[in-house]
Design a protein around this ligand. Structure first.
Ligand code: ADP
Ligand code: MG
Length: 700
């Protein structure tokens, strides 16, 4: 780092020394002054507010009391041993309890002296007490007390050596006065003025030791903005660099395959959203720029077809394509439906999965190398090194969230220059978030469902209403419709789930007996061939009920199925429930999704079920999901390091993210190399950040 003050080793700070420095480094990763000032408080105690003992009626918040210690006693033995002090104010009395450390605490609790005590109340029987509260002698009248006291994260080991929140507060108190003239500005004067941002130096002082809530708010905003702004700068710069560096195959003409399919074989009109996205793809692949694009579209929005059109473009320009799906069922289904679409077009297509026979594999490998084969559909099997193409021009990945970063990057290497990449997902995420976590991807969105779809009605039923649900299924089947019944599959308790599934299947078979009814069953323990057979029975309408685990979650398309019953729905995540529900409502008949649970529901499970009943909007569901789970969890991007944000929250601070993105993008448009004098500070800061963290692997 350029600034020598900030890079000073933490042991040189007054009050630290080698021993504590060691703890700070090992436990809190604080090696330098810079690390210390970036160890932000995670909350603040409002010390201006003194609570009255008689008003304490909730264990929700931290409180601060002022009173005298009236008695101190030690009771219990061994584990039950504890120190109890009684604090009295003019409204009542409260117990302060210590289970540990009585030796240190007791001598300080002088009876009759006034103390300020704070902590989080715990309810015990009908009264509240404070366990292990912080306390200090009441300040003298003329002594200044910070209204907002910072609270810092620490670790158990650091705590034990006095580097608890209080200890860290002392260190930040020591360092903040030293920051004058030492925190370089990072943004242009114009931007700071336009957004009325607090100077960075002041922001660092205020975030640790705020003068008042308003200044604290401004300080947090300033530092969050910095964080997001430079995150976006890095993403956008990388994108610009890549676009320059990465040449893409040029699909310049729209030829015979595309046109004849479009005019003769396409069974319906594309939706406007599909048309728009096809155009976006065409512009991209026709430009000589490498395409790296995310296609978002809700379940059933018709992404497959868009993928097919892109593959036909590739074919018309002399390139081969592949489409990879996460499960064998889905790959097989894509193969079947796309083969049908391609009848009489002369475009060749084959399927490669884990269960493809050796002889067939040989044929595929040979045809790929000779160029006879235009399109290869498959599962992970496509990634194997032995699968080589004559001229792969486009790789499509369906349900991309199911694949890891490594797997996806393998597809880049299947030709001398990387093929165009189109990743498709039905897990919609807010656009700003997508732009951030998927860094260098361009994004296309299909935000419209094909016409004639009826909204799926979702109902929540308790297990005891099973008879009602069975009767409902019977009615639907009598009308010629088909039904899915899905059981959860959770890896840790695979055994139990399997038993649930089998029990469920049996009771279903009793209620819907042969010969009038026929049932299919599909689960993960079956051979691929058997799964496929059972699926086909259902697809052809020979069986009316499909009992399955979540293997059918993604992509499966049986338009005649109108009921989706989800057993133990509380065990599923929101996006899974949404995916499952998307299996129905694909035809012209009114469809239903029934969420079965028992009475006991955790608060988050309850929220998930309520969300599903309330809305079918994939984006709304995704947002709720993000709130419940946090973004890292959803995209499996934690390892990417992109979400390594200290202050900002990509969801809650969405507005700041958007603003930061816009300003960053505007700035780069005006001055891509950051050579203008007014951008000198930005350039410097960016260089510093890149130096700190250079390994910013490709995320997509
Ligand atoms: P998803 O986006 O979930 O992958 P699919 O590609 O499986 O959706 O399409 C869902 C269904 O909608 C398929 O049966 C497909 O044939 C049909 N479909 C796709 N586009 C249209 C359209 N423009 N008009 C009518 N039906 C369409
Ligand atoms: Mg799909």
């Amino acid at each position: 780092m350029s600034n020598s003050f900030l890079s000073t080793s933490i042991e040189y700070l007054k009050g630290v020394g080698p021993k504590r420095a060691d703890i700070l480094k090992k436990e809190l990763r604080i090696f330098t002054y810079d690390h210390l000032i970036n160890h932000f408080p995670f909350r603040y105690i409002d010390r201006s507010k003194i609570h009255k003992i008689k008003d304490v009626n909730s264990s929700e918040i931290h409180i601060q009391l002022r009173g005298k210690i009236t008695r101190v006693s030690e009771t219990g033995v061994k584990q039950g041993k504890r120190l109890i002090a009684y604090l009295q104010d003019d409204t009542g009395e409260m117990q302060l309890i210590w289970f540990k450390g009585a030796k240190w605490v007791k001598p300080k609790l002088i009876i009759g002296k006034e103390f300020i005590v704070f902590g989080k109340p715990t309810q015990f029987n009908n009264s509240f007490n404070l366990v292990h509260p912080d306390f200090e002698e009441k300040p003298k009248e003329n002594e200044q007390v910070a209204a907002l006291q910072p609270v810092y994260n620490s670790s158990e080991k650091a705590n034990a050596t006095g580097l608890n929140s209080k200890g860290i507060e002392k260190l930040t108190k020591t360092i903040t006065p030293l920051l004058r003239q030492q925190i370089p500005e990072t943004l242009s004067v114009a931007l700071i003025k336009e957004l009325k941002l607090m100077p960075r130096e002041l922001a660092y002082q205020q975030i640790h030791h705020p003068t008042n809530p308003e200044l604290l708010k401004k300080a947090i905003f300033r530092l969050k903005f910095d964080e997001f702004f430079f995150l976006q700068m890095r993403i956008l710069k990388q994108k610009v660099v890549q676009e320059k560096k990465l040449k893409g195959f040029v699909f310049e003409k729209v030829g015979e395959s595309f046109n004849s399919f479009y005019t003769k074989n396409l069974p319906f009109e594309l939706t406007n959203a599909q048309k728009r996205v096809v155009k976006e793809i065409r512009n991209n692949v026709g430009s000589g720029k490498h395409m790296n694009r995310l296609l978002q579209g809700d379940v059933g929005s018709g992404k497959t077809l868009v993928g097919l059109l892109a593959m036909l473009l590739a074919k018309d320009n002399g390139y081969q394509s592949l489409m990879m799906a996460p499960t064998e069922i889905l790959a097989t289904q894509h193969f079947t439906s796309i083969s049908k679409y391609l009848e009489n077009t002369g475009v060749t297509i084959l399927l490669l999965t884990g269960s493809t026979k050796v002889a067939q594999r040989r044929i595929i490998h040979a045809q790929l190398l000779s160029g006879e084969l235009d399109i290869l559909i498959g599962t992970h099997a496509l990634l194997e090194d032995i699968v080589q193409f004559k001229n792969l021009g486009l790789s499509i990945i369906d349900e991309q969230h199911r694949f890891g970063v490594k797997q996806r990057s393998k597809l880049w290497q299947k030709n001398t220059i990387p093929p165009h990449i189109l990743v498709m997902t039905a897990t919609p995420i807010p656009r700003t978030l997508a732009m951030t976590v998927y860094g260098d991807l361009d994004i296309s969105v299909i935000d419209e469902l094909p016409p004639g779809r009826k909204e799926v009605t979702t109902i929540h039923k308790f297990d005891k209403d099973r008879l009602y649900v069975f009767n409902f299924m019977e009615k639907q089947i009598a009308e010629g419709r088909q039904v899915y019944v899905v059981y959860p599959l959770i890896e840790e308790s695979e055994h139990l789930d399997f038993k649930d599934l089998m029990d469920g299947y049996e009771s279903m078979a009793r209620r819907f007996p042969l010969p009038q009814y026929k049932l299919s069953i599909v689960h993960g323990k079956m051979k691929a061939k058997d799964k496929e057979y059972e699926m086909q029975q259902f697809v052809k309408g020979i069986t009316q009920i499909m009992v399955a685990t979540t293997v059918i979650e993604v992509g499966v398309n049986v338009p005649n199925a109108t009921v989706m019953v989800i057993e133990s729905a509380n065990k599923f995540g929101l996006s899974q429930l949404h995916q499952l529900r998307g299996r129905v409502g694909r035809g012209s008949d009114k469809s239903y999704c029934v969420l079965m649970t028992d009475y006991k529901l955790s608060p988050t499970a309850k929220t998930r079920i309520e969300t599903m009943v309330r809305t079918t909007d994939g984006f709304e569901i995704a947002e709720e999901d993000l709130k419940l789970r946090g973004p890292g969890d959803i995209m499996g991007t934690q390892q990417s390091g992109v979400l390594d944000l200290k202050l900002g929250d990509l969801i809650k601070d969405n507005k700041i993210v958007v603003a930061a993105r816009n300003y960053a993008s505007e700035l780069l448009k005006k001055d891509p190399e950051l050579t203008l004098q007014e951008h000198y500070l930005v350039r410097q800061r960016l260089a510093e950040l890149i130096k700190k963290k250079p390994n910013w692997g490709r995320i997509s």
